[in-house]
Design a protein around this ligand. Structure first.
Ligand code: BGC
Length: 764
C-alpha cells in the first residue's frame, strides 16, 4: 500500500482531510476499512456510489460537480484529461460529506493517445509480448490523463462477421482469445492497478455478446450451456483469473434472460463458481433497457431486477438514484444486497489506489501537459513495431511483394489517405491528424528513390443513406467524407495514374464506422464503388497490390482471383502507414496470421474452424449428395483461421510424440522441426491443434491448444516442442463436468488450421 493520502499530498491540503482519511481505521486493511466506511454512509450516499455517469447534454461539468459533492455519483467516464478530472475529484474529496473519491473510466480499447491496431489486428500478431506491450503503453498514457479504469479488454468470441463489433474483439477462437485476454489484463494492470501507470481492466461484455443472432447488434443470444462453457465463456474467465478488477455486463439477453438481470450469470457463475470479487458495471443504459427486453414492467422493476441480479453500478441512467431508495424501504431490495454492491465499488476504488491518494493519476495542476495532444506524448516506435506484426499477407503471386523502392508507384483508393480510418473503431483519445496514412508511409519509405503518385479512385461507398447512417455514429470526426466528383471521373483519374505507374497499390475496404457498434452488415463484400475501381485498375494490366482496411472478415473472391498481392491491414493505428510500408517494401517480413476465418460468402456464415463434427461431413475430393455442404459454392472458407503468408517459406516436419499413451496425471511432448527454406529471415506461428477422436458428446473437428511464434534466419531450423497434459484435453460434458475422457486423440501441428500433419496417442 502506498502512503496515505494525507502523507502523499502533504500539509497543503491537510485542512481539507476527507472524513475517511481521519477515521479510526487506516486504509491498510481493505475489508476493515470498507466496512468502517460503509457503516458511516447514509442510504443516499450508498446509492450514489452505484452510479457511473458521463458528461453529456443533461450533465454539464458544473452540474456533475454538484452531484458529486452531494455524494450522488460513484464514478464518471468520458472525461479524459487531468485538468477535466481534477475539479471532479476535488468535488468528491473536498466537498462531499465523506470525501470518498470517484474514479474515472474510459474506453481505452486499443490504445489511448497512441492508437494500436484494432483487436482483430492485435490478435493477428499472435504475439503475446506485443499485445501486452500495447496494453502497457495504453495504461501509461491513460493514467497520465487521469484515468483509473478502462472498459476493456473486449473478449467476446465472434464467429459471425456481420456483427460490426467483430472488429473490437480478438476473433473466433477460445484459446487464442483467452491468452490475449490474460496478457492484455496484465498489460493494463501490471499486477495491482493501484498506482500511476496502471489502469483497472473491466473485461466485457459479459457474456456472449459476440453470439448475437444473425450478427445483428443487440440481438438475442440463444446457446446451449455446453457451447457456452467450452467456447464462449473461457476468455472472460481468463481475464478474471488474470486479475481484471471489473466486469461490464452485456447488453444482450442469454437464453431468454437479459444479462443485466441474469442472476445465474452474475451471481452463480461469476461470483460463486469463478470467485470474482471485483465490481460489475452495467453497459450504457442497459438497466433501463430491461423494460424494452420486456422483463421489467417499468424503471422501478428494472432497477430491482438489476441490483438483485448483481449489477453493482448502473451506467448512464438515473434508475438506481430514483428507484433504489423506495425499493430498499419497501424491502424489494435487501439493504444487504445494496451494501454488497457498495462494497464492491469501494473495493475497486481501494484497489485502484484511490483511498491512498485520490489524485494518484490526476497529479498536480502544475504538472499538466501544456498540450494534451502533443506528439511527444505518443509512443510511435511501439505503435509501428506492433502494427507491422499485425499485418497478414493473404496473397503474393509471382513475388509481387516486396516492392522495389524504384520506378513509379501509384497509391490509389479511398482508404489510401484517410487519416480517420487508420484509427479504427473505439479510438479513445486518438487523433486522426496524428495518424500516418498509407500514402504518407509509402512516400516516406521510398525517400525520393521512387515516384509516388496518388488518386482517390472511388469513394468508400456511394449509397447516401448508408453514408448518413455512418456519419451519425460519431460525434467528433465525420466518418465518411466523399469526393463530390462522379464515380467515373474518380475512376478515370486512378486509371490514368495506374497507366503511368509500374505497380498499383490500392487501399480498399470499409470505413472504420462500417465495423463498429451498431454497424451490422448483410453483405461482406467490398462496396460496389470500390469494386468498380478495382476492375478498372485490373484492366490496365499493371501489377495490382491490394491493401485491405476493414474491421471484419470480408468475402474477397474477386479480389483473390484478380489481385497480384493482398495484405490484410485491418485498421492499423497511429503508425499504420509506416508499418504497412515496412511490409510492402520488405523492411519487415510479414508474420501475421488470421485470428478469424474468412468466408467465401455471407451465406456460409458461421465459418469457424472448430465447428462440431456432423454425421455426414463433406469430404474434399469426393463431392456427392447427402453430405453437409452448400451445393452452389465451394465448401470451406476462402482463408482459414491461422493462415498468413511470409516472404519466405517454412517447412514443418512430421509430428513426433514422446509416447503413444498418456496417464491422466502424465504428459506427452509433441514436437516438430520448422525450417526456413528461403533466403530471408522470417517469423511464423506454429500452431498445435488437438482432436478428441471419440467422446461422450460431439466435439469440435479440432481445437487450438497452444502456439509458438518462432523467428528463423535463412536456412535455420528449430525444434518446436509442446507439452500436452490432461488439462489440455478437458472439456465440459453434457452435465457440465470438466473432464478429459479416456480414448484416442490426434495432435496436429502446422502453420494454419487446415494442417493435417498429425500423430495420435491414447489417454488412459
Ligand atoms: C458499449 C460499451 C462501452 C460503453 C461506454 C457502450 O455503448 O457497448 O462497450 O464501453 O458504451 O462507452
Amino acid at each position: 500500500m502506498k502512503l496515505l493520502y494525507t502523507l502523499a499530498l502533504g500539509a497543503a491540503v491537510s485542512t481539507a482531510l476527507p472524513a475517511w482519511a481521519a477515521g479510526p481505521t487506516s486504509p491498510h486493511d481493505k475489508h476493515a476499512f470498507i466496512s468502517n466506511l460503509l457503516a458511516r454512509m447514509t442510504l443516499e450516499e450508498k446509492i450514489g456510489q452505484l452510479r457511473l455517469i458521463s458528461i453529456g447534454p443533461e450533465m454539464t461539468h458544473s452540474r456533475i460537480q454538484d452531484e458529486i459533492a452531494a455524494g450522488r455519483i460513484g464514478g464518471t467516464f468520458n472525461t479524459v484529461t487531468p485538468s477535466e478530472n481534477r475539479p471532479l475529484q476535488e468535488a468528491a474529496v473536498k466537498r462531499s460529506r465523506l470525501g470518498i473519491p470517484i474514479y474515472f473510466a474510459y474506453d481505452v480499447v486499443h490504445g489511448h493517445r497512441t492508437i494500436f491496431p484494432i483487436g482483430l489486428g492485435l490478435a493477428s500478431s499472435w504475439d503475446m509480448n506485443a499485445i501486452q506491450r500495447a496494453a502497457r503503453v495504453a495504461a501509461r498514457e491513460a493514467s497520465a490523463d487521469g484515468l483509473d479504469m478502462t472498459f476493456a479488454p473486449t473478449v467476446d468470441i465472434a464467429r459471425d462477421p456481420r456483427w460490426g463489433r467483430t472488429s473490437e474483439g480478438f476473433g473466433e477462437d477460445p484459446h487464442l482469445v483467452s491468452e490475449i485476454a490474460r496478457f492484455t489484463v496484465h498489460g493494463f494492470q501490471d499486477g495491482t492497478p493501484n498506482r500511476q501507470g496502471t489502469v483497472m481492466a473491466a473485461v466485457k461484455h459479459f457474456a456472449m455478446y459476440g453470439a448475437v443472432q444473425g450478427g445483428r447488434d443487440y440481438n438475442v443470444v440463444d446457446m446451449s450451456p455446453m457451447r457456452m462453457y467450452n467456447e464462449y465463456l473461457p476468455p472472460y474467465r481468463a481475464a478474471i483469473e488474470a486479475g481484471a478488477g471489473g466486469v461490464m455486463v452485456a447488453l444482450n439477453s442469454v437464453n431468454g434472460v437479459p444479462a443485466s438481470s441474469n442472476t445465474w450469470l452474475l451471481r452463480d457463475l461469476l461470483r460463486t463458481d469463478w470467485g470474482f470479487s471485483g465490481v460489475t458495471l452495467s453497459d450504457h443504459g442497459a438497466i433501463d433497457e430491461l423494460t424494452r427486453h420486456g422483463v421489467a414492467a417499468d424503471g422501478r422493476e428494472a432497477a430491482q431486477l438489476a441490483v438483485n441480479a448483481g449489477v453493482d453500478m448502473s451506467m448512464a441512467d438515473a434508475l438506481y438514484r430514483d428507484e433504489l431508495p423506495g425499493l430498499v424501504k419497501s424491502g424489494a431490495v435487501n439493504i444487504s444486497t445494496l451494501d454488497d454492491a457498495v462494497r464492491e465499488v469501494l473495493g475497486a476504488k481501494y484497489d485502484m489506489g484511490l483511498f491512498a491518494d485520490p489524485f494518484v493519476r490526476i497529479g498536480k495542476a502544475e504538472n499538466d501537459p501544456a498540450d494534451v495532444h502533443a506528439d511527444s506524448r505518443l509512443h510511435r516506435a511501439d505503435a509501428r513495431d506492433i502494427a507491422r506484426r499485425s499485418l497478414v499477407l493473404l496473397e503474393n503471386h509471382n513475388d509481387t511483394l516486396p516492392l522495389k523502392k524504384a520506378g513509379t508507384i501509384a497509391v490509389v483508393g479511398p482508404l489510401a489517405h484517410s487519416k480517420v480510418d487508420m484509427l479504427g473503431s473505439w479510438s479513445a483519445a486518438g487523433k486522426a491528424a496524428q495518424t500516418v496514412t498509407l500514402l504518407e508511409g509509402v512516400t516516406a519509405a521510398v525517400g525520393g528513390h521512387a515516384r509516388v503518385i496518388h488518386a482517390r479512385g472511388a469513394n468508400i461507398i456511394d449509397d447516401q443513406r448508408i453514408i448518413d447512417y455512418l456519419n451519425f455514429l460519431n460525434w467528433d470526426e465525420k466518418e465518411v467524407v466523399s469526393d463530390p466528383r462522379s464515380p467515373q471521373v474518380l475512376i478515370d483519374e486512378a486509371v490514368a495514374a495506374a497507366r503511368e505507374a509500374d505497380v498499383v497499390v490500392a487501399a480498399v475496404g470499409e470505413s472504420r464506422g462500417m465495423s463498429h457498434e451498431s454497424s451490422s452488415r448483410t453483405s461482406l463484400d467490398i462496396p460496389e464503388s470500390q469494386r468498380a475501381l478495382l476492375k478498372a485498375l485490373k484492366e490496365t494490366g499493371k501489377p495490382l497490390v491490394l491493401v485491405l482496411m476493414n474491421g471484419r472478415p470480408l468475402s474477397l473472391n474477386w479480389e483473390k482471383e484478380n489481385a497480384s498481392a493482398m495484405l490484410e491491414t485491418w485498421y492499423s493505428g497511429t503508425e499504420g502507414g509506416h508499418a504497412i510500408a515496412d511490409v510492402l517494401f520488405g523492411d519487415y517480413n510479414p508474420s501475421g496470421k488470421l485470428p478469424i476465418t474468412f468466408p467465401r460468402s455471407v451465406g456460409q456464415v458461421p465459418t469457424y474452424y472448430g465447428a462440431p463434427r456432423v454425421g455426414r461431413p463433406f469430404v474434399e475430393g469426393k463431392p456427392g449428395n447427402y453430405t453437409s455442404q452448400y451445393y452452389e459454392e465451394t465448401t470451406g472458407p476462402l482463408y482459414p483461421f491461422g493462415y498468413g503468408l511470409s516472404y519466405t517459406e517454412f517447412a514443418v516436419s512430421d509430428v513426433a510424440l514422446s509416447g503413444s499413451t498418456m496417464t491422466p496425471q502424465g504428459r506427452i511432448q509433441a514436437a516438430v522441426n520448422v525450417k526456413n527454406m528461403g533466403d530471408v529471415a522470417g517469423e511464423t506461428v506454429v500452431q498445435l491443434y488437438v482432436h478428441d477422436v471419440s467422446a461422450s458428446v460431439v466435439r469440435p473437428i479440432k481445437e487450438l491448444k497452444d502456439f509458438r511464434k518462432v523467428s528463423l534466419a535463412p536456412g535455420e531450423q528449430k525444434l518446436v516442442q509442446f507439452d500436452i497434459d490432461a488439462n489440455m484435453l478437458k472439456f465440459y460434458n453434457a452435465k457440465l463436468e470438466h473432464v478429459a475422457e479416456p480414448g484416442a486423440f490426434k495432435v496436429q501441428i502446422g502453420l494454419d488450421s487446415t494442417t493435417t500433419n498429425e500423430a495420435g496417442f491414447t489417454l488412459q
